[in-house]
Design a protein around this ligand. Structure first.
Ligand code: NZQ
Ligand code: ZN
Length: 386
């Protein structure tokens, strides 16, 4: 196992009706800005619930954070907060609202220069506004990690950043709030979480037995519970298990002490920036082809996965076991309703050159656990996904 340090300071408050705990977590007397997306939380009554719970606080609202949150919108929130002097942020929504809030939290006190530099130059973040979250879409793990992904529309760039100052103080995870998710978002969430696990598991063995078994437990849970969430959307335990699996998939635990990949994610970000596909759709397109192209490097772990996750018999050739495991993975995404080819989204050959150029422009030129996914390799992966 590789050396590692692990710290995760986010307090998780999990379960039905736990929203009432908000008042225990937000310091009394705070001036709180409620940050949300396109309005689902208004439609389903969650915003009113939050406001009612926090009625003793001085509250403001900033709505309209879009999926794949943009720098352009987030900077409007930054200006508003600087003017109105809010001192606590509460993100209510999915990964986009939470990621957007992380950027806002870091950008508000960063007054000497353009906060975009916090992302592109990964400048140190000395202080950030404190924030908590109320999660409505299990997928990204943003509710318990210190990363965020922000898009700058004007230059077609979707870039990740992370900083120890950007862990949420707390996150409220009530599975009931996920009942209203459209099927497409349920599926996106399951596929995103699945690929988060895979990007930390599907590399090469370093005798991380604990990490592997944790990862495999999460994969099996997502495979078993994901389709049930589509069929019986109001099954509490199904939703609870998906929610907790998605959080654990990217809170630093399973990735500690093991190599990590993330090439599929970085290529996926370029696809979203250029063509606006949902995050999980891009991953479902790239990941099966990435496994095919990188199968020699990843052979030992793919064989372990084929056995432990898909029960593929060991009496066939290794090449067949690997091929079958990749097919089963792709079939799982399709079963969830997330399509796995560019052609399913009306895109073709023309995308390859642009995506590869995007990777080069953003210096994503040595991706993967061994830095072996160069733009040329990425091009081959994309060609296999047409
Ligand atoms: O905006 P509203 O109206 O709230 O609607 C949202 C949005 O349209 C809707 N939604 C959310 N909760 C709902 C709901 N609709 C009904 N009922 C509910 N309970 O779902 C739509 C998608 O929301 P979004 O937040 O965009 O989805 P997701 O959670 O998948 O987040 C995606 C973003 O997170 C980034 C992605 O790149 C993308 O920008 N990621 C962040 C990561 C991180 N911070 O660690 C890691 C991930 O790999 C990912 O890159
Ligand atoms: Zn993701």
């Amino acid at each position: 196992m590789n050396n590692f340090q692990f710290v995760n300071p986010t307090k998780i408050i999990f379960g039905k009706d736990e929203i009432v705990k908000l008042t225990k977590e937000i310091p009394s007397g705070s001036k709180v800005l409620l940050i949300y997306g396109g309005g689902s939380i208004k439609k389903f009554g969650l915003l009113d619930k939050v406001k009612n719970t926090l009625k003793e606080y001085n509250l403001g609202e900033f709505g309209g954070i879009e999926p794949n949150p943009t720098y352009e919108t987030l900077m409007k929130a930054v200006d508003f907060i600087r003017k109105e002097k809010y001192d606590f942020l509460l993100a209510i929504g999915g990964g986009s609202v939470i990621d957007g809030t992380k950027f806002i939290a870091a950008a508000v006190p960063f007054t000497n220069d353009d906060p975009w530099k916090l992302i592109v130059e990964q400048l140190p973040i000395k202080n950030a506004l404190p924030f908590g979250t109320v999660l409505t879409l299990p997928a990204t793990g943003s509710e318990m990690n210190n990363g965020a992904v922000v898009t700058r529309k004007a230059i077609n760039a979707k870039l990740p950043f992370r900083n120890p100052a950007l862990f949420p103080k707390f996150s409220i995870l009530d599975p009931v709030y996920t009942y209203t998710l459209p099927k497409k978002q349920i599926a996106n969430g399951v596929v995103d979480a699945f690929i988060h696990v895979m990007e930390q598991y599907m590399t090469y063995p370093v005798a991380g037995m604990v990490q592997d078994r944790f990862a495999e437990g999460l994969l099996l849970t997502l495979i078993e519970e994901g389709p049930k969430a589509l069929e019986t959307p109001e099954d509490y335990n199904v939703r609870a298990n998906i929610m907790w699996a998605a959080t654990l998939a990217l809170n630093g635990l399973i990735g500690s002490g093991v190599p990590q990949d993330w090439s599929t994610h970085m290529i996926g970000h370029e696809i979203t920036a250029l063509y606006g596909l949902d995050h999980a759709q891009t991953l479902a397109i790239v990941f099966p082809s990435m496994l095919k192209i990188m199968q020699k490097d990843k052979a030992e772990k793919i064989l372990q996965y084929s056995d432990r996750i898909w029960n593929i018999p060991k009496n066939i050739s290794d090449a067949d076991r690997i091929a079958l495991a990749i097919t089963k993975t792709q079939d799982f995404f399709e079963t969830m309703g997330v399509k796995t080819r560019f052609s399913d989204y009306g895109l073709g050959q023309e995308v390859i050159e642009k995506i590869v150029a995007g990777l080069k422009a953003h210096n994503m030129v040595k991706l993967g656990e061994r830095g072996a996914v160069t733009p040329e390799v990425a091009g081959k992966v994309l060609a296999l996904s047409l």
